[in-house]
Design a protein around this ligand. Structure first.
Ligand SMILES: [Zn+2]
Length: 261
């Protein structure tokens, strides 16, 4: 087969994939903002000298390593300032999902990252649900990321706020962020409380840390499923445990390539 056949085959596969109805179980609202929507937000707030054009913005969203990714993530969040901004990105993300024929999604959002702007968890949940409601055809539920970088005490405070906002379609909780600095074990009581409140649980593990972190999420947090879990493959016994207990993993290979973990 020559290269032109290869390209044709690839584009046929791509068309087939595009048309296939799909579900998305690991997506961060603030990480999935379409480029033109993020560009519009940056312009709304007067632009940023580090990204004079949309091309520069695209380049800025490539990462040298995981800490660079986290730093860029926080920079990008600085353009999410009002509830209207969250309604705006929720609408744009829902449109983007529908464009890919994704008909069901569970979407992380990280309320405590915006507390210093005076944005409340319940206000954010309401704004996000309002934006999602402008798009029909994709069923979307929310998962609150309790942000491991803020520690278990702040996460517990956020959890109580999440419980009051659950009627906006919050079905679960998780911890994302700097896994290599914040292992799962100190969050055990937080997860027990989340279960008592009736939330499903997920945790990022085996992304920026190794197999021990995945084991910690299973043994200490008793998670329903695991975000990434890529590095579980370093430990054959752990792989068997995942299989025996039928714990689903949300593999994110494109994310791993982009963030270098
Ligand atoms: Zn994630």
């Amino acid at each position: 087969m020559n290269s032109s056949h290869g390209r044709t085959g690839g584009s046929e596969l791509r068309r087939w994939l595009d048309k296939l109805p799909k579900a998305e179980l690991h997506l961060h609202l603030e990480g999935a903002i379409p480029l033109d929507a993020l560009w519009a937000l940056i312009q709304k707030y007067g632009g940023d000298p580090s990204v004079p054009t949309e091309t520069h913005l695209r380049q800025r969203l490539t990462y040298s390593d995981f800490p660079d990714f986290i730093e860029t993530w926080i920079w990008k969040n600085s353009f999410l300032r009002t509830y209207d901004d969250f309604s705006f990105i929720a609408e744009k993300v829902a449109q983007d999902l529908l464009r890919q024929n994704i008909l069901y999604a569970e979407l992380f959002f990280s309320p405590s990252r915006f507390a210093d702007r005076g944005l409340t968890t319940i206000g954010l949940a309401k704004a996000i649900r309002s934006g999602l409601g402008r798009v029909s055809g994709c069923e979307i539920w929310l998962i609150a990321d309790l942000v491991r970088d803020h520690g278990p005490i702040q996460a517990a405070i956020t959890l109580t706020e999440v419980a009051t906002a659950r009627h906006y379609g919050i079905v679960g909780i998780g911890i994302g962020g700097s896994e290599h600095k914040f292992p799962p074990e100190p969050f055990a009581e937080l997860y027990a409380e989340a279960r008592r409140l009736g939330f499903k649980t997920s945790a990022h593990a085996g992304e920026a840390s190794g197999a021990d972190s995945v084991r910690g999420a299973i043994d200490s947090l008793l998670v329903d499923r695991i975000g990434h879990a890529t590095r579980a493959e370093e430990d054959p016994e752990l792989m068997q445990l995942l299989a025996d207990r039928q714990i689903p993993v949300e593999l994110c290979p494109l994310s791993n390539v982009a963030t270098g973990v």
